[in-house]
Ligand binder design. Structure first.
Ligand code: DGY
Length: 449
């Protein structure tokens, strides 16, 4: 990456830096978001002197985990300040008492990339006593979060967890969720005003109907006092997302390696057990017709016949000799042929594909990053390099947009976006995303079909 781009990425991060945390985007998202902060921490580690960078990266994550709920959940938004630029804000969620820190948060969670990120930070850190202590405390927090997933989101112990709100997937308006979301009743909704469409064109955001249902879920959960068990059983939206589960499994594998390194071998064993069970269970989301994984609606127990990027993310966890990995790579190649600017969020030949509308088609640098991480660990550096190359060309062509049109490369959504800047910095690293060097599967040949 050219030096100018790195300097611009650093200035985006500096503008969004709030000293102990980073906002995704000053106008559109003026608080701390869970998975945004995790990706941003990777870049923060490289800013300033090695000790300054390391300190700032740990701090970003410590700020997030300080707002972990007493039941173990790490919320998707921490409302550190008052700001009326975002809806639904703190008073709408009504969760004030759930985190010991007392700062209001949202009441739902987000894709658990924290374990994955921690391993990367640790592998590049000084690994001195202070780093070990800080990483150890974060490992404990992640392990409590992952236990919470099992209890709160997989009460039948199937090995796979549900999301109860599309915002939890981070892929809010994916075609994957259309049917489940349509079953959310929207009678008796309080009046509310969207803020997102005052900043971003409506055609690039979820529809008003989507929003009504997002808000209806928040109102329902708020009425249940944010009691995790009650939410699970009462939610009309309960979806098992392969992307979300693959991220959780990959993070558990990261904990399995990291636990012993920071003096918690028992956490390592516990995480390894969870990952083994989850990986086995993931098979039930495989669609031979689609050649990829798909969601399952946990209420109807039916698979959702749709090809989204969520179903490609299991490249993070499949073994190199798993034939399904080969199919996923074929899918990624096909998608890139149809839409060359990064991997689209929805199959580009699908009727539901919309290249501009948020998670119904646009490409995102963080999902490109996760796919590339997964591919590298299985020896598909060629495909990972192709994805990384397309991410670079998006940055050069359209700057630090929230997401991009995968057909034209045009920037979409919010501008000067933190996680996009963070991914730009990540792409400039000499050794791209190792995803636990110890997890690389040696020099065995990929399977021949
Ligand atoms: C939003 O508000 O658009 C977010 O995706 C929810 O976190």
């Amino acid at each position: 990456m050219n030096r100018g781009l790195r300097a611009r990425a650093l200035s985006v991060l500096a503008a969004n830096d709030r000293v102990t945390y980073t906002v995704p985007s000053g106008l559109l998202y003026p608080f701390q978001w869970n998975w945004d902060s995790c990706f941003v921490a990777l870049a923060l580690q490289t800013v300033g002197s090695p000790s300054e960078g390391e300190d700032r990266a740990w701090r970003e994550l410590e700020t997030l985990t300080r707002h972990q709920w007493t039941d173990g959940m790490i919320p998707h938004i921490v409302f550190h300040t008052d700001h009326d630029g975002y809806f639904p804000g703190p008073s709408f969620w009504g969760t004030e008492c759930s985190s010991p820190a007392g700062t209001p948060t949202s009441g739902i969670t987000q894709p658990p990339v924290l374990g994955l990120v921690l391993e990367q930070l640790w592998s590049r850190s000084s690994q001195d006593d202070s780093a070990r202590l800080r990483c150890r405390a974060l490992v404990e927090a992640v392990n409590r979060w992952h236990r919470w997933f099992g209890l709160a989101r997989d009460p039948q112990a199937t090995g796979l967890v549900s999301i109860l709100h599309p915002w939890e997937a981070g892929r809010d308006n994916s075609v994957d969720f259309d049917r489940a979301l349509a079953s959310v009743p929207i009678t008796d909704l309080p009046a509310y005003e969207r803020r997102d469409t005052t900043v971003v064109a409506e055609a690039e955001r979820p529809t008003d109907d989507d929003y009504d249902r997002y808000i209806a879920l928040v109102v329902l959960f708020r009425g249940l006092g944010w009691d995790a068990a009650a939410l699970h059983d009462a939610s009309p939206f309960r979806v098992v997302d392969p992307g979300f589960n693959a991220i959780l499994l990959a993070s558990d594998r990261a904990l399995a390696r990291l636990g012993p390194a920071v003096g918690h071998p028992e956490i390592g064993d516990e995480a390894a057990r969870r990952a083994a069970i989850g990986l086995d269970a993931l098979s039930e989301l495989w669609s031979p017709d689609r050649g990829q994984f798909v969601c399952r609606d946990r209420r109807s127990n039916l698979l959702v016949d749709n090809a989204s990027i969520g179903g490609l993310l299991p490249v993070l966890v499949l073994d190199r000799d798993d034939v399904r990995l080969h199919h996923l790579c074929t899918q990624i190649e096909e998608w890139l042929q149809l839409a060359p600017f990064g991997v689209a969020s929805q199959h580009p030949a699908d009727a539901g594909f919309d290249p501009q509308r948020y998670w119904r088609g646009p490409t995102w640098l963080i999902t490109n990053h996760l796919l590339a991480m997964g591919l590298r660990r299985t020896g598909r550096d060629d495909l990972a390099d192709r994805i990384a190359g397309s991410s670079r060309s998006l940055l050069e062509r359209s700057g630090f947009a929230e997401y991009y049109d995968p057909l034209t490369g045009a920037g979409l959504g919010g501008s000067t976006f933190s996680w996009t800047a963070a991914m730009a910095i990540e792409l400039s690293m000499p050794h791209p995303s190792p995803l636990g060097e110890v997890d690389r599967l040696g020099d065995r040949e990929p399977p021949r079909l």
